[in-house]
Write a protein that binds this ligand. Structure first.
Ligand SMILES: N[C@@H](CCC(=O)N[C@@H](CS)C(=O)NCC(=O)O)C(=O)O
Length: 216
Protein backbone atom coordinates (compact mmCIF):
# COMPACT_ATOMS: atom_id res chain seq x y z
CA UNK A 1 0.00 0.00 0.00
CA UNK A 2 1.38 3.41 -1.03
CA UNK A 3 0.42 6.85 0.23
CA UNK A 4 1.47 9.83 -1.91
CA UNK A 5 2.28 12.51 0.54
CA UNK A 6 3.45 16.11 1.09
CA UNK A 7 4.08 17.07 4.75
CA UNK A 8 1.94 19.88 6.21
CA UNK A 9 -1.00 19.09 3.91
CA UNK A 10 -4.27 17.17 4.07
CA UNK A 11 -2.20 14.05 3.36
CA UNK A 12 -1.39 14.01 7.10
CA UNK A 13 -4.95 12.69 7.71
CA UNK A 14 -4.63 9.27 6.03
CA UNK A 15 -1.05 9.00 7.24
CA UNK A 16 -2.20 9.49 10.82
CA UNK A 17 -4.96 6.91 10.32
CA UNK A 18 -2.46 4.40 8.90
CA UNK A 19 -0.26 4.98 11.96
CA UNK A 20 -3.26 4.43 14.27
CA UNK A 21 -4.03 1.18 12.44
CA UNK A 22 -0.48 -0.06 12.60
CA UNK A 23 -0.63 -1.58 9.11
CA UNK A 24 2.43 -1.48 6.84
CA UNK A 25 2.48 1.21 4.13
CA UNK A 26 4.98 2.98 1.95
CA UNK A 27 5.15 6.76 2.07
CA UNK A 28 5.83 8.29 -1.33
CA UNK A 29 7.08 11.84 -0.73
CA UNK A 30 6.20 14.13 -3.61
CA UNK A 31 6.47 17.89 -4.05
CA UNK A 32 4.46 20.58 -5.79
CA UNK A 33 6.51 20.24 -8.99
CA UNK A 34 6.02 16.49 -9.19
CA UNK A 35 2.25 16.79 -8.74
CA UNK A 36 2.06 18.82 -11.96
CA UNK A 37 3.74 16.13 -14.08
CA UNK A 38 1.49 14.24 -16.57
CA UNK A 39 2.48 10.89 -15.01
CA UNK A 40 1.30 12.04 -11.59
CA UNK A 41 -1.91 13.49 -13.03
CA UNK A 42 -2.84 10.05 -14.32
CA UNK A 43 -3.25 9.15 -10.63
CA UNK A 44 -4.94 12.39 -9.53
CA UNK A 45 -6.91 14.54 -12.01
CA UNK A 46 -5.96 17.79 -10.23
CA UNK A 47 -2.38 16.85 -9.33
CA UNK A 48 -2.95 16.90 -5.56
CA UNK A 49 -2.12 14.84 -2.48
CA UNK A 50 -3.06 12.53 -0.90
CA UNK A 51 -3.44 9.51 -3.16
CA UNK A 52 -3.66 5.94 -1.88
CA UNK A 53 -2.65 3.05 -4.11
CA UNK A 54 -3.78 -0.28 -2.67
CA UNK A 55 -3.12 -3.04 -5.20
CA UNK A 56 -5.53 -2.40 -8.08
CA UNK A 57 -7.30 0.43 -6.25
CA UNK A 58 -6.19 4.07 -6.62
CA UNK A 59 -8.14 6.60 -4.55
CA UNK A 60 -7.83 10.36 -4.07
CA UNK A 61 -9.58 12.71 -1.56
CA UNK A 62 -8.24 12.55 1.99
CA UNK A 63 -11.61 11.74 3.60
CA UNK A 64 -12.47 9.05 1.05
CA UNK A 65 -9.10 7.41 1.69
CA UNK A 66 -9.71 7.47 5.46
CA UNK A 67 -13.22 6.01 5.04
CA UNK A 68 -11.90 3.30 2.70
CA UNK A 69 -9.13 2.27 5.10
CA UNK A 70 -11.32 2.30 8.21
CA UNK A 71 -13.86 0.05 6.44
CA UNK A 72 -11.31 -2.24 4.88
CA UNK A 73 -9.83 -2.94 8.31
CA UNK A 74 -13.11 -2.70 10.25
CA UNK A 75 -11.80 -5.12 12.86
CA UNK A 76 -9.28 -2.46 13.97
CA UNK A 77 -12.18 -0.37 15.30
CA UNK A 78 -11.52 2.93 13.50
CA UNK A 79 -15.07 2.87 12.09
CA UNK A 80 -18.17 1.57 13.92
CA UNK A 81 -19.77 -1.66 12.69
CA UNK A 82 -22.36 -1.39 9.91
CA UNK A 83 -26.03 -1.27 10.90
CA UNK A 84 -25.36 0.32 14.28
CA UNK A 85 -26.52 3.77 15.46
CA UNK A 86 -22.85 4.70 15.95
CA UNK A 87 -22.28 4.15 12.25
CA UNK A 88 -24.83 6.89 11.49
CA UNK A 89 -23.14 9.39 13.83
CA UNK A 90 -19.76 8.40 12.44
CA UNK A 91 -20.91 9.25 8.91
CA UNK A 92 -22.48 12.47 10.13
CA UNK A 93 -19.21 13.76 11.62
CA UNK A 94 -17.01 12.43 8.85
CA UNK A 95 -19.02 14.34 6.24
CA UNK A 96 -19.49 17.36 8.51
CA UNK A 97 -15.73 17.72 8.85
CA UNK A 98 -15.17 17.98 5.17
CA UNK A 99 -18.31 19.69 3.89
CA UNK A 100 -19.14 22.12 6.73
CA UNK A 101 -16.11 22.54 9.00
CA UNK A 102 -13.37 22.75 6.41
CA UNK A 103 -14.78 25.50 4.08
CA UNK A 104 -14.27 28.48 6.45
CA UNK A 105 -10.75 27.26 7.27
CA UNK A 106 -9.85 26.85 3.61
CA UNK A 107 -11.45 30.20 2.85
CA UNK A 108 -9.40 31.86 5.57
CA UNK A 109 -6.21 30.30 4.28
CA UNK A 110 -6.75 31.25 0.65
CA UNK A 111 -8.45 34.61 0.96
CA UNK A 112 -7.23 36.23 4.12
CA UNK A 113 -3.78 35.01 5.03
CA UNK A 114 -1.31 37.77 4.16
CA UNK A 115 1.56 36.83 1.85
CA UNK A 116 -0.15 33.74 0.40
CA UNK A 117 1.84 32.90 -2.75
CA UNK A 118 0.11 33.90 -6.00
CA UNK A 119 0.60 30.36 -7.35
CA UNK A 120 -1.62 28.88 -4.59
CA UNK A 121 -4.55 31.16 -5.54
CA UNK A 122 -4.23 34.08 -8.00
CA UNK A 123 -5.04 37.41 -6.32
CA UNK A 124 -7.79 38.17 -8.84
CA UNK A 125 -9.69 35.03 -7.73
CA UNK A 126 -9.62 35.89 -4.01
CA UNK A 127 -12.84 37.04 -2.38
CA UNK A 128 -13.59 40.12 -0.31
CA UNK A 129 -14.74 38.40 2.92
CA UNK A 130 -13.15 39.95 6.03
CA UNK A 131 -11.10 38.18 8.69
CA UNK A 132 -13.90 38.84 11.16
CA UNK A 133 -16.53 37.28 8.87
CA UNK A 134 -14.41 34.19 8.27
CA UNK A 135 -13.81 33.71 12.00
CA UNK A 136 -17.55 34.19 12.70
CA UNK A 137 -18.36 31.56 10.07
CA UNK A 138 -15.84 29.19 11.68
CA UNK A 139 -17.28 29.79 15.18
CA UNK A 140 -20.77 29.01 13.86
CA UNK A 141 -19.79 25.67 12.31
CA UNK A 142 -17.72 24.59 15.32
CA UNK A 143 -20.71 25.04 17.67
CA UNK A 144 -22.27 21.55 17.14
CA UNK A 145 -18.86 19.92 17.62
CA UNK A 146 -18.28 21.85 20.84
CA UNK A 147 -21.66 20.71 22.19
CA UNK A 148 -20.65 17.07 21.74
CA UNK A 149 -17.03 17.38 22.81
CA UNK A 150 -17.73 19.28 26.00
CA UNK A 151 -18.80 15.98 27.59
CA UNK A 152 -16.83 13.35 25.66
CA UNK A 153 -13.32 12.86 24.32
CA UNK A 154 -14.23 11.60 20.85
CA UNK A 155 -17.08 12.30 18.47
CA UNK A 156 -18.68 8.86 18.53
CA UNK A 157 -19.26 7.11 21.87
CA UNK A 158 -15.91 7.96 23.39
CA UNK A 159 -13.90 5.89 20.97
CA UNK A 160 -11.47 7.21 18.34
CA UNK A 161 -12.72 6.82 14.75
CA UNK A 162 -11.64 8.10 11.35
CA UNK A 163 -14.17 10.93 11.91
CA UNK A 164 -11.94 12.25 14.73
CA UNK A 165 -8.90 12.03 12.52
CA UNK A 166 -10.48 14.05 9.70
CA UNK A 167 -12.02 16.53 12.17
CA UNK A 168 -8.72 16.77 14.05
CA UNK A 169 -6.92 17.32 10.76
CA UNK A 170 -9.18 20.28 9.91
CA UNK A 171 -8.91 21.72 13.45
CA UNK A 172 -5.15 21.37 13.31
CA UNK A 173 -5.15 23.53 10.21
CA UNK A 174 -7.48 26.06 11.94
CA UNK A 175 -5.23 26.15 14.99
CA UNK A 176 -2.16 26.66 12.89
CA UNK A 177 -3.87 29.62 11.23
CA UNK A 178 -4.80 31.09 14.62
CA UNK A 179 -8.57 30.56 14.21
CA UNK A 180 -9.00 28.23 17.22
CA UNK A 181 -8.68 30.00 20.57
CA UNK A 182 -6.62 28.34 23.31
CA UNK A 183 -8.66 26.94 26.17
CA UNK A 184 -11.67 26.33 23.92
CA UNK A 185 -13.18 22.78 24.29
CA UNK A 186 -12.18 22.09 20.70
CA UNK A 187 -8.65 23.17 21.42
CA UNK A 188 -8.57 20.71 24.33
CA UNK A 189 -9.98 17.95 22.07
CA UNK A 190 -7.30 18.71 19.48
CA UNK A 191 -4.52 18.81 22.09
CA UNK A 192 -5.58 15.34 23.32
CA UNK A 193 -5.56 14.00 19.76
CA UNK A 194 -2.14 15.53 19.17
CA UNK A 195 -0.70 13.64 22.12
CA UNK A 196 -1.51 10.29 20.53
CA UNK A 197 1.71 8.48 19.54
CA UNK A 198 0.27 7.76 16.06
CA UNK A 199 -0.36 11.47 15.51
CA UNK A 200 3.16 12.36 16.67
CA UNK A 201 4.62 9.82 14.24
CA UNK A 202 2.51 11.16 11.37
CA UNK A 203 2.89 14.83 12.14
CA UNK A 204 6.57 15.45 11.42
CA UNK A 205 6.90 19.09 10.43
CA UNK A 206 3.19 19.97 10.23
CA UNK A 207 3.36 22.74 12.76
CA UNK A 208 6.41 24.54 11.49
CA UNK A 209 5.49 26.43 8.37
CA UNK A 210 2.90 29.21 8.70
CA UNK A 211 3.32 32.23 10.96
CA UNK A 212 0.05 32.26 12.92
CA UNK A 213 -2.63 34.90 12.66
CA UNK A 214 -3.69 35.96 16.17
CA UNK A 215 -7.40 36.38 16.90
CA UNK A 216 -8.43 39.84 18.15
N1 LIG B 1 -10.21 17.84 -1.10
C1 LIG B 1 -8.89 17.32 -1.36
C2 LIG B 1 -7.93 18.48 -1.44
C3 LIG B 1 -6.56 18.05 -1.96
C4 LIG B 1 -5.60 19.23 -1.97
O1 LIG B 1 -5.97 20.38 -2.26
N2 LIG B 1 -4.32 18.94 -1.66
C5 LIG B 1 -3.31 19.99 -1.62
C6 LIG B 1 -2.60 19.97 -0.28
S1 LIG B 1 -3.67 20.22 1.10
C7 LIG B 1 -2.22 19.71 -2.66
O2 LIG B 1 -2.05 18.59 -3.07
N3 LIG B 1 -1.44 20.70 -3.06
C8 LIG B 1 -0.29 20.44 -3.85
C9 LIG B 1 -0.39 20.93 -5.25
O3 LIG B 1 -1.40 21.58 -5.59
O4 LIG B 1 0.57 20.66 -5.99
C10 LIG B 1 -8.51 16.30 -0.28
O5 LIG B 1 -9.02 16.42 0.86
O6 LIG B 1 -7.73 15.38 -0.55
Amino acid sequence: MKLYYIPTTRAVRPRWLLEEMGIPYELVRVDMNMTKQPEYQKLHPHGKVPILVDGEVTIFESTAICAYLADKYLELGLAPARDTPERGYYHQWLFYAISTLEPPVEHFMFNILPNLPEKLLPIKLRSAISTHEAVQWFDQVTQPLTEVLVSQNYLVKDRLTAADIVTGGVLLWAKKLGMLPDGDPLSRYLNNLMQRPAFIRADEDFYAKIAPFVRA
